[in-house]
Design a protein around this ligand. Structure first.
Ligand code: ADP
Ligand code: ADP
Ligand code: MG
Length: 454
């Protein structure tokens, strides 16, 4: 059978996967919803097939239609990208039964790590510190009160199937607990179709440090250093960098080895990310595993020189990892800014609509991963990310200067976006010093607000 990959996604990540497959000489099939028929991923693939109406539940989340599209076009592998069905155990087990290769871990591995409360158990088994909290799922308010008596406020209630920063509530006292517990469960049900929740101690102002791992079907597991994703708004990442200005060689080694131990226990294959939070004293705690490629994977590609998507595809087709742990060296510095269609002056309200024109930055060490082009219309149905702007330079200082220059050149005409806000962050003293944590954006937005009111 000849190889052919169906991409069960849209937007920039679908484009990214098509490019990698093309380089490897493998034909691609794009799937699309009605409203996406003029999207770049539809134009760039060798074949494209409509899988339903605009709503995600009718198209990019429609398992039957996607699998039928794969069978109809003779695709023998499916790449899920991120979001949508990428961590859906049911989707993956059906693909496995159809004798199609899923480009990612097995359904068994996803079942072990996909439920964030269960993943804590795996981390414990791997001898990795987890945040103090509940043993698994918390059933009701009285259960929750019991856990809290032991660990003390503040706590987080987190959805077991949560993602994208959604389904997380901070609780400071019994009163908040008694009404927010059921509210969070309800939100989890609506957003993730699963109302189970668990509890973690709320760590004040940590850094978010994650480790990229890559594993083949021969039992080789390698970690590719860290990404610092502490610049977040509402638990959603906005800027990422690698290496982290905060992580020492020793801590990197420790986090990397912890990530590999977790992957081993879960019989991990393909790309994944193990996420940690790290406090001021360098204590680190496991929070979750994302069993897929991540939005911010390009910064790891820049500093390691490894094409992670090509590697994912090669592993899925039963090749050994093309590198060893000893050969991985982080060279230089990379930063990514997520450019979103949103209005920072209006509570970050999404700003879909027609892109009348766009001018992309360029030059040595400037990378754009995007699906937008002039006259393309951003639909309100999906994620608001327009583009990732990634820079690479020998040092962090030069990377910041390059990012400033690139953001200055980047022009999107027609819809509101966060380019200017990202530009201001690149001049913030704390950011430039590398001295920040997950509370950075709260403080930064307050400064911006104050300076505007003066
Ligand atoms: P990353 O760590 O790759 O940046 P994010 O958590 O920001 O991951 O999520 C990447 C994309 O996937 C976003 O578009 C987000 O909305 C979506 N996403 C992540 N997890 C889920 C989930 N469980 N359900 C629905 N969408 C999700
Ligand atoms: P998601 O699945 O939505 O990505 P995570 O569990 O990875 O959820 O958490 C998202 C973000 O929330 C983290 O990057 C961090 O900023 C914050 N966070 C998560 N757990 C804690 C915690 N126990 N204490 C403080 N902040 C946390
Ligand atoms: Mg996370």
């Amino acid at each position: 059978m000849t190889n052919k990959i169906l991409i069960a996604n849209r937007g920039e990540i679908a484009v990214r996967i098509i490019r990698a497959a093309k380089e490897l000489g493998i034909p691609t099939v794009s799937v699309y919803s009605k409203v996406d028929e003029n999207s770049l991923h539809v134009k760039l693939a060798d074949e494209a097939i409509c899988i339903g109406k605009d709503k995600s539940s009718d198209s990019y989340l429609n398992i039957n239609n996607i699998i039928s599209a794969a069978i109809a076009t003779g695709a023998n592998a499916i790449h899920p990208g991120y979001g949508f069905l990428s961590e859906n155990e049911k989707f993956v087990s059906i693909i496995e039964k159809c004798n199609i290769k899923f480009i990612g871990p097995s359904s068994k591995t996803i079942s072990l790590l996909g439920n964030k409360a269960c993943a804590r158990d795996i981390a414990k088994q791997a001898n990795v510190n987890i945040v103090d909290g509940s043993d698994g799922v918390v059933e009701d308010v009285s259960d929750a009160l019991e856990v809290t008596k032991r660990i003390g406020y503040p706590i987080l209630i987190k959805a077991c199937s949560g993602g994208g920063g959604k389904g997380i509530s901070v609780i400071k006292n019994d009163e908040e607990l008694s009404y927010l517990f059921n509210q969070t469960k309800q939100e989890a049900l609506v957003n993730f179709n699963d109302d189970r929740v668990y509890i973690e101690k709320y760590i004040e102002n940590p850094r978010h440090i994650e480790i990229q791992i890559m594993a083949d079907s021969f039992g080789n597991i390698v970690h590719l250093g860290e990404r610092d994703c502490s610049i977040q708004r509402r638990n959603q990442k906005m800027i990422e960098e690698s290496p982290s200005p905060f992580v020492s060689e020793d801590l990197r080694k420790e986090l990397g080895e912890a990530a590999v131990r977790i992957a081993k226990i879960a019989n991990y294959e393909n790309a994944g990310t193990v996420e940690f939070i790290v406090d001021k004293n360098n204590n680190y705690y496991f929070i979750e595993v994302n069993t897929r490629i991540q939005v911010e994977h390009p910064i790891t590609e820049m500093v390691t020189g490894i094409d992670l998507i090509k590697e994912q595809i090669k592993i899925a087709y039963n090749n050994k990892l093309s590198f060893t742990q000893e050969s991985i060296k982080l060279i230089g510095h990379s930063i990514e800014c997520r450019i979103n269609a949103e209005d920072p002056d209006n509570s970050f309200r999404p700003s879909p609509g027609l892109i009348k024109n766009v001018i992309f930055p360029g030059g040595l060490g400037v990378r754009i991963d995007t699906h937008i082009y002039p006259n393309y219309t951003i639909s309100p149905f999906y994620d608001s990310m327009l583009s990732k702007l990634i820079v690479y330079a020998p040092t962090r200082r030069e990377a910041i200067r390059k990012m400033r220059m690139a953001l200055e050149e980047f022009m999107i005409d027609g819809i509101k976006n966060n380019i200017e806000l990202q530009y201001l962050i690149m001049y913030n003293t704390d950011f430039v010093r590398g001295s920040y944590d997950t509370n950075f954006m709260n403080k930064f937005l307050e400064i911006v607000r104050m300076s505007r009111n003066e």
